[in-house]
Design a protein around this ligand. Structure first.
Ligand code: FAD
Length: 324
């Protein structure tokens, strides 16, 4: 059995989980036989919105296990790892797939320790043979792609977001089962949450990403051109490492080998040269639009639409047209 742990937010299955479904399907195919895919949904408590999440993921896996328990109302690494390890043991899972999100990176090592299993972290590809699981991952600031092999009856794997194409749900639904868990007493409590009021969608979840590079001129130029266009299109905002290093933008917005990997329907690159390290984080975008004053800029080699010209003239003109 391949066990996938469903990540969800605001009553919806996260994009990273749909990506994990793709990884699990490829793996099940390679393992052959009757390898099944089980989704585990954790959550609960007052006003729990677990039911629609379970129904959504039931359209992608062979069975869904639902732990709708008040103790799981809030993410807690100790509880999450206990729950996943328990289900993996009971279901005799051979692979446990977890998103390499902040929480996934936090609780997955605990799961591996509980199961005495190897942990393959932040992987970008996975291959299964009869007795080996082979994974690739970036290392040394993404200058090296490492291949690792796990030879054990069970392995815990975290998948780097934005690498696999999100799976498409089927029309038919798999069966759902409620599970009870033997959970430890919580020792951690979230005592406050300060939510940043941003109307923007998350970078790895967005259908449209507008990214800026050194060509926007300054931090103010980024706001004036990139943020203005992104807000008009309801898009997420991305940045190159050059301008993150310059302190114009936060690291959370960096796209590329040492930043986030994105795969939106449309990626608009403004004043970005197209260095390989940037391209590797966005080259799977469906449609790429590039604006650069240098017609020879490498970004134009992968762009579907290219506009040669100055950012300070082109972006305001595009915005004026869009507003019409
Ligand atoms: C180990 C390693 C990891 C890295 N990881 C990443 C990563 O994750 N992400 C990343 O982005 N980079 C990464 N880099 C850095 C990468 O190599 C490039 O240096 C960086 O992407 C360049 O950013 P840029 O395109 O903003 O700047 P530049 O390369 O300086 O390009 C600026 C572009 O703007 C154009 N331009 C200038 N003025 C205007 C104007 N007025 N109008 C229109 N166009 C204009 C120029 O023609 C140029 O093409 C990494 C490098 C290393 C060594």
């Amino acid at each position: 059995m391949i066990l996938i742990v469903v990540e969800h937010a605001n009553g919806k299955v996260s994009k990273s989980t749909w990506e994990i479904v793709t990884a699990s399907r490829e793996l099940a195919h390679q393992k052959g036989g009757d390898t099944s895919i089980t989704a585990l949904v954790l959550g609960g408590g007052e006003g729990s919105n677990i039911a629609p999440i379970a129904a959504e993921i039931a359209r992608a896996t062979d069975q869904v296990l639902v732990a709708d328990l008040p103790a799981l109302a809030q993410y807690d690494p100790e509880l999450w790892s206990a729950a996943v390890a328990q289900i993996a043991t009971e279901g005799e899972a051979s692979v446990i797939l977890i998103g390499a999100s902040r929480s996934g990176r936090e609780y997955s090592p605990r799961v591996a320790i509980k199961l005495d299993a190897p942990l393959l972290e932040d992987v970008i590809s996975l291959k299964a043979s009869s007795d080996t699981l082979t994974a690739q991952r970036y290392t040394y600031l993404a200058r090296v792609t490492e291949t690792i092999e796990a030879t054990s009856p069970i392995a815990v794997v975290t998948i780097k977001p934005g690498i696999y194409t999100p799976a498409t749900p089927r029309t038919e639904s798999a069966e759902q089962f409620d599970v009870d868990l033997n959970l430890p007493t919580p020792r951690l409590k979230v005592t406050g949450k300060n939510i940043e009021r941003s109307s923007r969608v998350g970078l790895t979840e967005a259908d449209i990403v507008v990214s800026g590079g050194r060509g926007v001129g300054s931090a103010e130029g980024f706001t004036q051109y990139v943020e203005a266009l992104a807000d008009h299109l309801g898009a997420a905002v991305g940045a190159t490492r050059a301008i993150v290093d310059a302190g114009w933008r936060p690291y959370a917005e960096q796209v590329g080998q040492t930043g986030k990997t994105v795969q939106p329907k449309t990626y608009i690159a403004i004043g970005i040269s197209g260095a390989v390290q940037h391209l590797s984080g966005m080259n799977k975008s469906k449609t790429i639009v590039a604006i650069n004053r240098d017609a020879e800029a490498p970004i134009f080699k992968i762009a579907d639409y290219g506009i040669v010209g100055d950012v300070s003239q082109l972006v305001p003109a595009i915005l004026t047209e869009l507003k019409k």
